[in-house]
Design a protein around this ligand. Structure first.
Ligand code: MOS
Length: 727
């Protein structure tokens, strides 16, 4: 199916099943522990061994000596594969550094050996017996030092109008530097795989991954084998957040271990190795300048930033939203990824925007204050309905102003105290903050297959459900299209035997994968119409009705299975517009007057993200994003050892994330705007929107509570302790 123009009104507008708050169809399996995650698939293949990784303890250099003989002789050990002994592996495009092989160390905790044994304990204790020596080279680990050296250098990504002239003529300007921290996805399920490559021929993986087709391709490149000799299953994923977009060392080590031992091998990255062995979101340092005229209209943005990456990577680009979010005739953005030797930085939930809006939306608050304007009204005044860099490109749908207005009303914004540091509740200073959020709404081509078996419909696609609700919204899409009840649909996901889908990433999954399932259902309808030899047929209440026909779907094929498959292709008409998602976040905090401890008291998000396919799963995505935003604001930050080049707090005891008890009240409102340019279902993603803007809303609330402007995340108490108002 080609999606080459904005959709007309269609069957989804009747919203019989789509748009309804159906509980997750996989909920019972999950809460009863029966949804099998990668490491728990004890029954898929017999004779599983356990692999344990050994990882490098230098950040840069080479291995000069490695002796695994004691490990090989240890009890229960079946095989040991070291990085010095294998033939060179290929490097998949998506991996900036080699995942395994050779004597060169590119980052701390790079995998250098895998021990395969009968039990986990045997493998782990044997791994400790491997003797490794290194020749260490100096590395570059300090982003702050790079900023002092490199700020304001490099080519802008875009440069429109005359930014410098606008600043000269401005009535008010903001010019500040903001710092966001490096962050870990910290998903509950670590990277884990069971691999059966025991004869070195066909390879089967039971793994935990967001992108089945990419990972199959990456495995083929890595092992220099044909993709069709590889099978992957990843039906349940215990969180990914971008950390499982790609092939990682768990699968590579398990595959090598399986080939060496002639038996299937399972391997999970131990939690303390996840943080430095896999990817993380790079910290950023950003300078933001905004200029405005006396009426409060923004005249220029100038946003430049650095982040870190291993050589060859792209870092965390936090400036792009500044090109599109607000009006303003003159604008320049620049991002310079700095080659450094910390572990590999890559995508994490709303890559770019999450960090960029953390800075931009504080700067907007600072500008509103300079102009003596209400920060909600200031944002409304600077709304735009066209791409501010290219007025010929309208936003397909943009209801940001409504998000702000409705949020302000529901939150009770008018009642807040506008004088910072002047509201007390016992020992707590109380403050309120607002911030805006923008995240793009991309779509990716996506395929599916449907099988009609009697009155039951089976949907197969390699789409993944990373805790997002894919199973449920896909079932809703198929049931709606075919005129079936939800219970008549069975959804099978995350299997490389199924048609290639968008996968889960970039908040493109929901809109893309449901469109692919819709396309496959239409192909099935066409097949049925032909079979009945009619021109038009209607699918309702489990029946198909045409000219002289009224049949139950169950009776169409006389017990035979009908199979149809299709892929939705999204056309380039979308390039002529901006398709995005928007939100306004409102937060109330209490900051302890003596200790500076910040507690979130309540949060509200109002979101504009197209048709909401299922309010339960969508809300769950947004509150999950908001919760991660609270973590980013107040506690999450990977601390680099600047001499040895690794993240020191590499476990869940020292890398703190926000949890339920940190947020007593959290509310989400969806405007449920339909976006006909986005997808046949008029849907857009919400999975990344929820984190965007939240850190700034909290920073602005802290300012309102205390009068202390914090421009560095996480906003731990030492940033404000000595500036708190006299208690
Ligand atoms: Mo997302 S950071 O593309 O999983």
């Amino acid at each position: 199916m080609d999606f080459n123009q904005s959709t007309e009104d269609n069957l989804f507008d009747r919203a019989r099943i789509i748009g309804k708050p159906h509980a997750r169809i996989d909920a019972t399996l999950k809460v009863t522990g029966r949804a099998p995650y990668a490491y728990e698939r004890h029954d898929v293949v017999a004779n599983q061994l356990v692999g344990y990784p050994l990882c490098a303890t230098i950040a840069k250099g080479r291995i000069t000596h490695m002796d695994a003989s004691a490990a090989r002789a240890a009890p229960g050990v079946v095989s040991v594969v070291t990085t010095l002994e294998i033939e060179p592996l290929g490097r998949a495009k998506s991996n900036v550094a080699l995942l395994f092989g050779g004597d060169t160390i590119a980052h701390y905790h790079q995998a250098i050996a895998v021990v395969v044994a009968e039990t986990l304990e045997q493998a782990r204790s044997a791994a400790a017996l491997i003797d490794v020596r290194y020749e260490e080279e100096p590395g570059i680990f300090d982003l702050e030092a790079a900023w002092q050296r490199l700020q304001n250098t490099g080519e802008p990504l875009s440069d429109v109008g005359d930014v410098d002239a606008a600043f000269q003529n401005a009535a008010a300007t903001v010019d500040e530097v903001y710092r966001t921290a490096s962050q870990s996805h910290a998903m509950m399920e670590p990277h884990a795989s069971i691999v059966d490559w025991s004869d070195g021929g066909q390879m089967t993986l039971w793994t935990s991954n967001q992108m089945i087709a990419w990972t199959r391709e990456a495995l083929a490149t890595t092992f220099k084998i044909k993709p069709d000799t590889i099978r992957l299953e990843s039906p349940y994923v215990g969180g990914g957040f971008g950390g499982k977009l790609w092939l990682r060392a768990d699968a590579v080590l398990a595959a090598l271990g399986s080939r060496a031992s002639g038996r299937p091998v399972k391997l999970a990255l131990p939690r303390p190795l996840v943080f430095n062995n896999t990817t993380h979101r790079s910290g950023t340092i950003q300078r933001l300048r905004i200029s405005a005229d006396a009426q409060g209209k923004i005249t220029a943005f100038d946003h430049s930033a650095i982040s870190h990456t291993l050589p060859g990577g792209s870092g965390e680009n936090p400036v792009e939203q500044t090109s599109v979010f607000y009006a303003g005739a003159n604008r320049r953005v620049a991002h310079h990824p700095i080659d450094m030797n910390l572990p590999e930085s890559a995508d994490m939930r709303a890559p770019g925007e999450a960090s960029g809006l953390a800075a931009l939306e504080i700067a907007m608050d600072e500008m509103a204050e300079k102009l003596s304007m209400d920060p909600v009204e200031f944002r409304i005044l600077n709304d735009t309905q066209v791409d501010p860099e290219d007025a010929s490109k309208p936003f397909s749908e943009r209801h940001y102003v409504e998000c702000l207005r409705q949020g302000a009303e529901k939150f009770g914004w008018e009642a807040r105290n506008r004088t910072p540091g002047s509201t007390r509740d016992g020992q707590w200073l109380i403050g309120h903050g607002v911030a805006g959020a923008y995240r793009g709404a991309p779509t990716m081509d996506s395929g599916a297959r449907v099988r009609l078996q009697g009155g039951r419909l089976i949907v197969e696609t390699d789409m993944t459900d990373i805790g997002t609700g894919s199973y449920t919204i896909i079932a809703q899409t198929a049931a709606e299209t075919m005129g079936l009840e939800l219970e008549a649909v069975e959804v099978r996901l995350g299997n490389s035997d199924f048609p290639v889908s968008s996968g889960s990433g970039g908040q493109f999954g929901a809109a893309s994968a449901t469109a692919g399932v819709y396309a496959a259902c239409l192909a099935l309808q066409e097949q049925i119409t032909k079979r009945l030899d009619v021109d038009v047929a209607h699918f309702e209440n489990g029946r198909v009705r045409a000219e002289n026909t009224d049949l139950a779907l169950a009776d169409i094929a006389d017990g035979e299975e009908l199979v149809a498959e299709d892929t939705v292709h999204f056309g380039d008409f979308k390039d002529d517009m901006q398709i995005g998602t928007f939100a306004a976040h409102f937060v109330e905090v209490g900051v302890h007057a003596y200790t500076g401890e910040t507690r979130v008291r309540r949060m509200l998000a109002v979101c504009d993200a197209g048709r909401i396919l299922n309010p339960i799963t969508a809300r769950s995505q947004v509150i999950g994003g908001m919760t991660m935003g609270v973590g980013a604001a107040l506690m999450e930050g990977l601390t680099a050892d600047l001499e040895r080049g690794f993240f020191v707090n590499h476990d869940l005891a020292s890398y703190e994330v926000a949890a339920h008890a940190d947020i007593p009240q959290q509310e989400v409102i969806f405007l449920d705007t339909k976006d006909a340019a986005s997808s046949p279902l008029k849907a857009k993603g919400v999975g990344e929107l929820g984190i965007c803007g939240v850190p700034a809303a909290i920073a602005n609330a802290i300012y309102n509570a205390t009068g202390v402007r914090v421009r560095e995340y996480p906003m731990t108490l030492e940033h404000m302790l000595d500036q708190l108002p006299q208690a």
